[in-house]
Design a protein around this ligand. Structure first.
Ligand SMILES: Cc1cc2nc3c(=O)[nH]c(=O)nc-3n(C[C@H](O)[C@H](O)[C@H](O)COP(=O)(O)OP(=O)(O)OC[C@H]3O[C@@H](n4cnc5c(N)ncnc54)[C@H](O)[C@@H]3O)c2cc1C
Ligand code: SF4
Ligand code: SF4
Length: 1020
C-alpha cells in the first residue's frame, strides 16, 4: 500500500481538514529520522515510504484519527520532531505519519506545584523560554533542546542536562494523557506511566498532554575542568558522587572531540559570519568535564570540587572557556561538518566502569572516535560516540559495524545499548528490562491486537534483528575489517547529479537535527517539512541518490525561501544554509532554464527597459528628491546615497528622510540620479543571474563615474547586494571591487555620538523596532537604529519577543510574490509581537518590509502603524515628511493583481478569453483542420491529447498577433493602472510572455485544453 486511496484521503481530510499530504515528496520528508543506515543494510530494514502525513491540532482529532485507522486497517506513526535516530519514527510502507508538531501549546503553569502541562509537540527551547517569565526552569533537558519535543522525549526515553541530579526524563513526568489504539483517552501516572508509555516509542498510543515537573530558575555556575586521562576523569567523577556534591549536571568530551573541533571550518565566507564572529577559546586536547550547578550551592560545591580536581591532577580552565563550552552544549553534532556523515553509537555504562570502557574503546576502535558523556543519577553514564565518515563510500557499510563494537564493549562492562527503536529491538530486554518487555507485550496485545500504533518498533523480531544478531555475534571478526574501512583522507567536493559541489556536501553533512525547522519563516507559514531547510537538504540528498527529480513545485519551494537567514544562525553545524538555496536558484533558473515566479519576469522586463522593478519610468527615478536638497547633491563625491527602487518610486518618504538626515549630519554626498538602476536583488533571488550581472555592471560603472568610494543605502537589501553580492561577482569575474558600504543609520548614529546630530523635538510614542533580516542577521547591524530612536526625547523603545539575531522576518518579498496568501500569515506573526509589546507603532527601516507589514496589517485588520525609521528621526529633528503608507498600499495593490493574474489557472483563463483572436491568428489551414477534426467522431478527444505538442509550436507565432487583445483583456482584469505603468505595458507584457511561455505552457495546458475544446465544439 504505497499511497492512500482517495477514500482514505478524504476520510483523513474530514478529520484534520487541509492538514493532510499524500504527495510523494512530503511522504518522503516524513519517512526519515536523523539516522543514516548504510546502503547495504537498508534493504533489511522494515521501514518504507509513508502513505500520507497528517497534522492534528487537537486531542479530539487524534482520537478520531486513531478510530479511523482502526476501522480502515491503517497504521499510524506518531512523530514529534523526528530528532531520534533509532528508527522509532520511521513508518512501515504506507503508514500514516501523525505529525504532532502543531500541538505545541503551554496549557497550564502551576508555580506552586512547580509543574507545567503542555501539548505533546512543544519544543523544549520554547518551553524553557516560556517558563523563564514565571521564574521556573526545566529540571532536565536533552541536548536536542532547540528542536525536540516534550512527548518525543517521553516516548523515546533518555537522559540530558540535569540528569545528574534528576535522573531520566520519565522520572520527572507527573502524568501523561494518551490516546490509546482503542480510541480511549487515559491519563497515566507513576509506575504505569514508566512501564507502558515512557520509552515505548508510541507503540501504545499517542501522547497528547504531558505534565512536566520543574525547578526554580536560578543563576547557574558553569565550570570546565581538564583531565589528562580517562582514569583521572573517572576517579574524579566517582569522588564527586561519593561525596554527594549537589551538582546539577555533569557532561564530558574526549580529547579527540576537542582535537577535531579545531579542524572545523568556521568560516564560509559570507558577511553573515563577520557579523557573528564566534569566540573560540584555546582548548587542551584532554578529557573536558563541563559541570553546572545553581549559584546558591557554591558554598557546598566550590571548595570540595576544587579539592577533587586537584587530587586527580585536573586543571580548571578559564571562565570564558567554560561559558563557551556551555553555550555549545546544544551542538553535539557539530563535528558532522567534517564527515560529512557519521557512524553513531550510544550506550549506557556504570560509572564504576567508565575508564575501563573508554580504554577498551580506545584499544579496539582504530578510527577517530568523538565522544560525549552525560553522567546520570545512580552513577549511570550515557556515552554518545560517533566516527566521522562518508556515507557515499563503500567503506561506510563495513565501518558501520563499529557501532556494534561499542555496544559489545558496554555490555561486557555491565552496560547496555541506549535505546531500542527499530534497529535495536533485540536489545529491548537489556535496555528496558525483561519485566517491562513482558508488561508492554501484554498491554499491546490487549489494546492494539491488530498493531495499528507504530508497528515494528521496540517489540517483535524480523530480518533486521537477525542481521544485527549475526553481526553482533561476529563482531570480533568483523571489527578488524571495519577498522580498516576509513573514509577518504580528503573529502572531494564535486557536483552530483547536477547539484553544485558545495551544496551537495552540505546536504550530506546536514545532521537532520531540525534546529532550523520551527524557526524557518518558510516552514512556519506552511507547516510542511519540504519547506524547511532540513527538508530541503534531505530532498537534495534524494535527488543525488536518484530517488527524486526536480519538478516545478520543488523549484518553487526552493525559490520561496524568504532569505531571512535565520537558518544560518540556528544550524549547529554552522552550514551556510540560506546560501545553499541561493546557489540552487542560480542552478535551477539560470543554468537549467526552469521557470522562476512569473511576476519576476515582468520585473525583469521593467528592469531591462526602465531600470526599476515597479514599472515606473526611468526618467522619473529621481523625482523624490526634495527641492531644497537637490542643489546640495554633488555631481561627484566619495559618498553616494543609493536609494533603490522602492524608496525611489513607492515609499519615497524613506529616501527623502534619508537625504535630509545625511544633510543634517553634515555629510556631503552624490546620488546616481536617474542613472541609478535597481540593485538587482529581485533578479538574484529570482535566479535571473544574467539580468543581475547586467545591473551590477551598470551600477558599478555609474558609481565609478562619480568617484564614489562609499555607498550609503536605506534599503538593507541594496546594502547587502553592494556589500556581498556585487563583491562576489567581481571576484568571480576577476575584477577589482573597491566599494565600502554603510547603512544611513550607521552614519547617523556616528553623527549622534559626536554631536553632529541632535534630536531636540519630542515624539511622545512607544515604539518597537523591527530588525530587517538583511540588515540584522545578514550584516550584523542591530544597535544604531535603536540608539537613534532612544535619543529622541519622549520615545520609549520596547522590544518584541524576538529581536535582533532572533528577530522574525516580515515575510516579505519572495512570499508575497511566490505564495501571496502566506505573506499576511507571516506578517501577522511579526505584528502580533509588536502589539503584545505594547507599541504604538512599529518602526522599520527597510522599504520592502514596510510594504509587506503595512499590507499584512491591512489584510489582518491590525490597527498598528508601520513607520519608517528615517521619517521618525526627522520628527525628532522637528521636520515633517508625509508618510508614504497609503501610496505603499496602493502600489502594492496593482502588483498583487498581476501576481494573481500570472498564476497558471488565471493565465489559462485569460488566454481562454482570447480564443477567438487566437483562432484568427493561427497559421493558414489550421482552423479548417480543427473544424474537420471536430466533424470526425473522437476527433476532439484526439486533438486535446495533441495539445501538449501543438501549443508550444503554435503559441510563439500567435502571441504577437493577439497581444493587442491581450493587453486590453489584462487592463480589463487588473483595472485602471497608474499612467506610467499603463504606458509601459505594451512593452512589458510581450517581453514577459516571451520569457514565460516556454516553461509556463505545460502548466497552462491542463486548464486551457477543456476550455479550448468547448470553444471548438460550440463557438468555432
Ligand atoms: C543534536 C541531538 C542531540 C540529542 N541529544 C539527546 C539527549 O541529550 N538525550 C536524549 O535522550 N536524546 C537526545 N537526542 C535524541 C532525540 O533528540 C531525543 O530522543 C528526543 O527526545 C526525541 O524527540 P522528538 O520530538 O524528536 O521525537 P521523535 O524523534 O519524533 O520520536 C521519538 C519516538 O517517540 C515517538 N513519539 C513522538 N511523539 C510521540 C507522541 N506524541 N506520542 C507517542 N509517541 C510519540 C515516535 O514514534 C518515536 O518512536 C538528540 C538528538 C539530536 C539530533
Ligand atoms: S532563509 Fe529563512 S525562510 Fe529561507 S530557509 Fe532559511 S530560515 Fe527558512
Ligand atoms: S541545516 Fe543545520 S540545523 Fe538544519 S537540520 Fe541540517 S544540521 Fe540541523
Amino acid at each position: 500500500m504505497a499511497v492512500l486511496s482517495e477514500r482514505v484521503q478524504h476520510g483523513l481530510e474530514s478529520i484534520v481538514g487541509d492538514r493532510v499530504r499524500v504527495d510523494r515528496v512530503e511522504r518522503r520528508m516524513y519517512s526519515a529520522d536523523i539516522g543514516e543506515m548504510p546502503r547495504l543494510v537498508k534493504p533489511f530494514v522494515r521501514a518504507g515510504l509513508a502513505g500520507g502525513v497528517v497534522r492534528p491540532r487537537t486531542e479530539a482529532e487524534a482520537v478520531a484519527l486513531v478510530r479511523f485507522a482502526g476501522e480502515n486497517s491503517l497504521k499510524l506513526v506518531p512523530r514529534g520532531a523526528s530528532t531520534s535516530g533509532y528508527g522509532g519514527v520511521l513508518p512501515v510502507e504506507g503508514a500514516v505519519v501523525v505529525d504532532l508538531s502543531g500541538m505545541h501549546e503551554v496549557l497550564e503553569v502551576d508555580a506552586t506545584a512547580r509543574t507545567v502541562r503542555v501539548q505533546p509537540g512543544l519544543i523544549w527551547e520554547e518551553l524553557a523560554r516560556r517558563l523563564e517569565s514565571d521564574g521556573l526552569a526545566l529540571r532536565l533537558y536533552p541536548s536536542s533542546t532547540p528542536s525536540s519535543s516534550v512527548a518525543g522525549w517521553l516516548a523515546q526515553g533518555g537522559a540530558g542536562f540535569g540528569s545528574y541530579e534528576y535522573g531520566m526524563f520519565k522520572d520527572n513526568v507527573a502524568s501523561a494523557r494518551v490516546v490509546l489504539p482503542t480510541g480511549e483517552v487515559r491519563t497515566f501516572t507513576g509506575s504505569e506511566l514508566g512501564t507502558l508509555i515512557a520509552d515505548a516509542e508510541g507503540i501504545t498510543g499517542i501522547i497528547t498532554e504531558v505534565t512536566v515537573m520543574l525547578r526554580d530558575l536560578e543563576p547557574e555556575v558553569h565550570r570546565l575542568v581538564a583531565f589528562t586521562d580517562a582514569l583521572a576523569l573517572n576517579a574524579a567523577l566517582r569522588d564527586i558522587s561519593i561525596q554527594g556534591l549537589p551538582i546539577w549536571s555533569i557532561t564530558f568530551l574526549n580529547p579527540e572531540s576537542t582535537g577535531l573541533k579545531k579542524k572545523l571550518p568556521h568560516r564560509h565566507g559570507h558577511p553573515y559570519e563577520e557579523a557573528h564572529s564566534h569566540y573560540e577559546p584555546e582548548m587542551p586536547e584532554a578529557f573536558l568535564a563541563v559541570i553546572a550547578y545553581p549559584e546558591s550551592r557554591t558554598g557546598r560545591v566550590d571548595n570540595a570540587l576544587a579539592a577533587i580536581v586537584t587530587a586527580h591532577g585536573g586543571s580548571e580552565l578559564p571562565k570564558e572557556a567554560a561559558e563557551h563550552e556551555w553555550e555549545q552544549r546544544f551542538a553535539p553534532m557539530r563535528l558532522k561538518r567534517v564527515g560529512p556523515s557519521i557512524i553513531p553509537t550510544e550506550v549506557v555504562v556504570p560509572l564504576t566502569e567508565l575508564a575501563a570502557v573508554l580504554r577498551e574503546i580506545d584499544a579496539k576502535i582504530h578510527q577517530p572516535f568523538v565522544l560525549e558523556g552525560m553522567v546520570g543519577k545512580g552513577d549511570r553514564v550515557v556515552l554518545l560516540g560517533f566516527i566521522p565518515h562518508d556515507s557515499r563510500t563503500f567503506a561506510f557499510n563495513a565501518a558501520f559495524a563499529l557501532s556494534l563494537s561499542v555496544i559489545a564493549i558496554a555490555k561486557r562492562h555491565g552496560g547496555a545499548a541506549y535505546s531500542t527503536g527499530l534497529y535495536f529491538r533485540r536489545e529491548a530486554p537489556t535496555v528496558l528490562g525483561a519485566d517491562r518487555v513482558r508488561a508492554l507485550t501484554a498491554f499491546k496485545a490487549k489494546v492494539d491486537p491488530s498493531g495499528v500504533m507504530n508497528p515494528g518498533k521496540v517489540l517483535g523480531r524480523g530480518v533486521i534483528d537477525l542481521l544485527m544478531g549475526t553481526a553482533s555475534a561476529l563482531e570480533p571478526l568483523i571489527r578488524p575489517i571495519a577498522n580498516l574501512m576509513k573514509p577518504p583522507a580528503t573529502v572531494k567536493l564535486k557536483d552530483r547529479r547536477g547539484i553544485p559541489a558545495d551544496v551537495a556536501y552540505y546536504a550530506y553533512a546536514c545532521a537532520q537535527c531540525g534546529y532550523c525547522v520551527h524557526t524557518c519563516e518558510e516552514y512556519s507559514g506552511r507547516g510542511w517539512m519540504s519547506h524547511s531547510p532540513r527538508g530541503k537538504y534531505l530532498y537534495l540528498r534524494e535527488v543525488m541518490e536518484g530517488r527524486e527529480k526536480f519538478d516545478q513545485k520543488m523549484v518553487d519551494t526552493f525559490l520561496v525561501c524568504t532569505t531571512c537567514e535565520v537558518c544560518n544562525t540556528r544550524c549547529q553545524l554552522q552550514l551556510p544554509v540560506e546560501h545553499s538555496w541561493m546557489t540552487m536558484r542560480g542552478k535551477l533558473i539560470q543554468n537549467e532554464g526552469r521557470m522562476t515566479f512569473p511576476p519576476f519576469e515582468m520585473m525583469a522586463a521593467s528592469l531591462r527597459g526602465e531600470n526599476n522593478i515597479w514599472a515606473g519610468k526611468r526618467e522619473k527615478r529621481a523625482d523624490w528628491v526634495p527641492e531644497d536638497i537637490a542643489p546640495k547633491i554633488k555631481e561627484n563625491a566619495p559618498v553616494a546615497y543609493f536609494a533603490g527602487c522602492t524608496a525611489s518610486y513607492v515609499n519615497t518618504d524613506v529616501a527623502q528622510a534619508t537625504v535630509r538626515l545625511l544633510d543634517k549630519a553634515g555629510i556631503e554626498f552624490t546620488t546616481l540620479g536617474t542613472d541609478e538602476a535597481c540593485c538587482g536583488i529581485p533578479m538574484k533571488v529570482a535566479g535571473r543571474w544574467d539580468v543581475f550581472e547586467e545591473i551590477y555592471l551598470h551600477n558599478t560603472a555609474e558609481a565609478r563615474k562619480r568617484g564614489v568610494k562609499t555607498i550609503v543605502t536605506s534599503c538593507p537589501a541594496c546594502g547587502l547586494v553592494w556589500k556581498e553580492l556585487y563583491a562576489q561577482l567581481a571576484a568571480q569575474r576577476g575584477e577589482p571591487y573597491e566599494f565600502e558600504v554603510k547603512h544611513y543609520s550607521e552614519l547617523a548614529a556616528e553623527a549622534l555620538a559626536d554631536g553632529r546630530l541632535v534630536f531636540d523635538h519630542e515624539v511622545n510614542k512607544t515604539l518597537t523596532f523591527h530588525d530587517s533580516c538583511h540588515m540584522g542577521r545578514a550584516q550584523g547591524n542591530y544597535e544604531p537604529p535603536r540608539d537613534l530612536l532612544k535619543a529622541i526625547p519622549g520615545v520609549t523603545v520596547v522590544e518584541m519577543e524576538h529581536n535582533r539575531e532572533e528577530g522574525l522576518c516580515c515575510g516579505s518579498v519572495l512570499t508575497l510574490i511566490g505564495d501571496t496568501p502566506v505573506a499576511p500569515i507571516l506578517g501577522r506573526m511579526r505584528l502580533d509581537e509588536a502589539v503584545d509589546a505594547g507599541a504604538d507603532a512599529m518602526v522599520a527601516l527597510c522599504p520592502c518590509c514596510q510594504v509587506q507589514l503595512r499590507d499584512s496589517a491591512d489584510k489582518n485588520g491590525i490597527d498598528l502603524p508601520v513607520d519608517d525609521l528615517a521619517r521618525v528621526l526627522m520628527e525628532g529633528l522637528g521636520l515633517h515628511i508625509d508618510s508614504s503608507s497609503a501610496n505603499s498600499l496602493l502600489q502594492w495593490g496593482y502588483f498583487e493583481k498581476f501576481i494573481y493574474l500570472m498564476e497558471p489557472e488565471a493565465m489559462a483563463d485569460l488566454m481562454a478569453a482570447l480564443l477567438p483572436e487566437m483562432m484568427a491568428a493561427m497559421p493558414a489551414g489550421m482552423v479548417p483542420m480543427i473544424k474537420a477534426a471536430r466533424a470526425i467522431p473522437g476527433g476532439l478527444a484526439l486533438m486535446s491529447k495533441m495539445m501538449p505538442v501543438m501549443m508550444p509550436m503554435l503559441v510563439p507565432g500567435i502571441m504577437p498577433k493577439v497581444m493587442p487583445a491581450m493587453l486590453a483583456e489584462v487592463s480589463r482584469r487588473v483595472g485602471p493602472l497608474p499612467d506610467d505603468m499603463e504606458a509601459l505595458m505594451p512593452d512589458l507584457l510581450p517581453k514577459t510572455m516571451d520569457a514565460l511561455m516556454p516553461n509556463m505552457l505545460p502548466l497552462l495546458i491542463p486548464f486551457i485544453t477543456p476550455k479550448m475544446m468547448a470553444y471548438v465544439r460550440n463557438d468555432l
